[in-house]
Write a protein that binds this ligand. Structure first.
Ligand code: 13P
Ligand code: SF4
Length: 306
């Protein structure tokens, strides 16, 4: 087996040879984040993939993310190093199930969290991420919206908008597991600590937070807060950059279950192999892509929340 140093060396050569740009989500393994040209949240990575001049994008994340990049940048080859890296939340609603919900609410726009399949995006009016969800909902010209698939993000947004909202009952299996008791325990173990959390957490956890934001929002918050101990309510991959960028601050994970197995599938070796062999190229049916791209582009026209 090649060593990490050998893999990094081969990766560097391959990225150049293939005219490839490597991007990694904030939840990826440390070794993957370390080797990436760019790390970020779902929104930043989709935008970077679309704007990059490279002909190949190696997308280290989960399937819906690489698929979003393939929708936005059809002229590029989008490689997902592990095709089995999916998102259980995205699998909680199908295009058929959405069609049934739409039929019950004629004329009500559908706001789809990017954690959805291309076929579901194709049936939605506009996409959103955790970095722009409330703004996206407010941007819709209707008094009510139907939001999919995350009940927790939807409930969080419903408290920030005057629009009437209904939503699908999906959730992130990782974030939804964090309990108020775990946060209370982390707080009592770390007096003076602040608690920042992702809106995919359950409402009773979100209610306890000093600040609620997307993964990239957490980097900004960690930099700017005067607190020196920060309890982090999101997937543990976030710690890599938080600790690197804030060596004088302490980051606490309130639960050992804050780990997304799908995000952890991709290794440095998978990245090298997929790029060497040019395998795992994500493709989207053109008819679906054309409809899905409209939902994503409407979202990209809405500014981020910070
Ligand atoms: P963001 O990176 O957009 O905050 O999303 C978190 C997430 O769960 C992605 O799967
Ligand atoms: Fe999906 Fe949750 Fe994993 Fe994100 S952290 S990829 S929402 S299961």
């Amino acid at each position: 087996m090649a060593s990490k140093v050998e893999l990094r060396a081969e990766l560097k050569v391959l990225l150049k040879e293939r005219d490839a740009f490597m991007i990694a989500h904030n939840y990826q393994r440390d070794e993957v984040q370390e080797a990436a040209d760019l790390t970020g949240d779902s929104l930043a990575l989709s935008q970077a993939a679309a704007e990059s001049d490279a002909s190949v994008i190696v997308f280290c994340g989960v399937h819906f993310m690489a698929e979003s990049a393939a929708i936005l940048a059809p002229e590029k080859k989008i490689i997902l190093p592990r095709m089995d890296a999916g998102c259980p939340m995205a699998d909680m609603i199908t295009a058929e199930e959405l069609a049934i919900e739409k039929a019950k609410r004629p004329g009500v726009p559908v706001v789809a969290y990017v954690n959805t399949s291309a076929a579901v995006k194709a049936q939605s009016d506009i996409c959103c991420t955790s970095a722009n969800a409330a703004r996206v909902v407010d941007s819709v010209e209707a008094d009510s919206v139907y939001m999919i698939p995350d009940r927790n993000l939807s409930q969080y947004v419903s408290r920030q908008t005057d629009k009437k909202m209904e939503w699908w009952d999906g959730f992130c299996v990782t974030h939804d597991m964090l309990t108020p008791e775990e946060v209370t325990k982390a707080r009592s173990d770390n007096p003076g600590a602040v608690f920042v959390c992702h809106p995919e957490c359950a409402p009773d956890v979100v209610e306890m937070a000093d600040y609620v934001c997307s993964t990239s929002g957490m980097y900004k918050y960690a930099r700017e807060t005067e607190a020196t101990t920060i309890i982090v309510g999101t997937e543990m991959g976030i710690l890599y950059r938080l600790e690197k960028e804030n060596p004088d601050k302490k980051f606490i994970l309130p639960s050992e279950s804050l780990i997304c197995p799908n995000m952890k599938l991709t290794t440095l070796e998978d990245v090298v192999v997929s790029l060497r062999e040019m395998t795992n190229v994500v493709r989207v049916d053109e008819e679906i892509r054309l409809k899905a791209v409209a939902s994503l582009e409407r979202m990209l026209a809405v500014p981020r929340e910070y």
